[in-house]
Write a protein that binds this ligand. Structure first.
Ligand code: CO
Length: 151
């Protein structure tokens, strides 16, 4: 496994719509392993493939309850509301309050192509929405509350 280079805001790959994964092969497994290692190395709670320069619909998340791998994730439903601070490995040093749903239901595939459903609350909901945004070229600063304090 290796730590990948994280691209930062201004790189056009962060603004692309990432492509659906069709091949569940060793390349995908290697990408997932390297993304996990990269996330861990940067002490992040989530990482999307475009952040390592790869415009594919692949996400890893670990909010402290173990690793979650999501391929081709789709938001099925959202409910509630939460306001809280967010940051991003691709926007170093910047934090802002972002309004997100409090509960999110997602459908995705695992590294073998098997479909599964996932429900996230609070921080996990925030991480899911932030990372899935990355797959659509959206960054948290696009959604940040106007005039929010930036620590
Ligand atoms: Co991010």
């Amino acid at each position: 496994m290796s730590v990948l280079n994280v691209v930062t805001i201004g790189d056009p790959v962060l603004r692309e719509r990432a492509m659906e994964v069709k091949h569940f092969n060793n390349n995908l497994a290697r990408l997932l392993d390297n993304m996990s290692e990269t996330m861990e190395d940067h002490e992040g709670v989530g990482l999307a493939a475009p952040q390592v320069g790869i415009p594919k619909r692949v996400v890893v998340i670990d909010v402290g309850d173990g690793l979650i791998e999501l391929i081709n994730p789709v938001i099925e439903s959202t409910s509630g509301e939460q306001l809280g601070p967010e940051g991003c490995l691709s926007i170093p040093g910047e934090f802002a309050d972002v309004k997100r749903a409090r509960l999110v239901k997602v459908r995705a595939q695992d590294r073998f192509g098997e479909a599964f459903n996932l429900e996230g609350e609070d921080l996990l909901a925030r991480a899911l929405l932030h990372e899935i945004d990355h797959l659509n070229g959206v960054l948290f600063v696009d959604r940040a509350e106007k005039g929010a304090a930036k620590p």
